[in-house]
Design a protein around this ligand. Sequence first.
Ligand code: MRU
Length: 367
Amino acid sequence: MKIGGVHYRTIWRGEGGTAVCIIDQTKLPHEFETVWLETLGDAAQAIATMQVRGAPLIGITAAYGLCFALGEDASDKALDGACETLAATRPTAVNLRWALNEMRLALKPVAPAERAAAAYAKADRLADQDVETCRLIGHHGQKVIAEIAARKTSPVNILTHCNAGWLACVDWGTALSPIYQAHDAGVQVHVWVDETRPRNQGAALTAFELGAHGVPHTVIADNAGGHLMQHGQVDLCIVGCDRMTATGDAANKIGTYLKALAAKDNGVPFYVALPASTVDWTISDGVREITIEERSAAEVTHMTGLTENGEIVTVQVTAPGSHAANPAFDVTPARLVTGLMTERGVAPATREGLAQLFPGMAGDAAA
Ligand code: MRU
């Protein structure tokens, strides 16, 4: 995607070097800062503090984190230790574990002397693969938007939650990829962007990237979606996913479930866009089996923004002493999901729908 006319991925290797560069997403949309990561600690910290975030991107960052660790010590013990450190940074998005497993499978048979070079080659391949996967999610998903557009004379109104755009991946995004591709193909779209408290990934990141690409959009308070649906102002919801069960239950940013309930009540189609790497084929009950990350209460009690003097400041919004809880994700049961947009096509959110698109995957996981 382009920022100020320059094409960026969210993570890239330095020319001939071992460090990787990221866009510090904690500074967006007010400052566009890039940061070099060089050590396992840098990568783990960037994921934990959400300088990088979004399920696919944290997986790729972890893959490079493993490269840094192996550059220091390429033993089996170091490989296992680094995987453990990185896997512990964020518990819900399964892409993190998937990327580490892919790396481990590729690297275990390689002699330690060659492991670091092999790790970089594999991490680069995973990054390129993520770009193509997200492009394909958009290619298939935009057909759903085009079908709705064909029945309307005004723009298709799409509601999205959190940020499942290119900033959450290496490029393109998952939920936003169909929107970009429909827009680029000349389909008139307008996006309702949920602000997504407490960290405001919608207001700060989704609105930023849609604006940079010229996609018409409006930021709304998280609680506005149900009202807009009741008044016929939402044609379609598309959200991303951090972990999907083999039966189609979807864990995504806190608040997604409430949007799905409102969509069901109002007959609004509700789609989840995701790559196969987001499916945890070993589980089938999302509410019981998906670990939900609990983040700092300070993310709820405080907010960060830009003052009129151009300073970025954090202010407290609660009374001193008020306790706050901060579950970062919730689970939308498959029965509320109209369909899945994936790199292999669009399918129902069911065990059969997933198995048809990705034959053998559920069986492989059980083996
Ligand atoms: O806590 P975050 O910002 O990492 O949460 C991100 C989301 O919930 C996204 O919707 C999800 O990762 C899908 S990414 C394409």
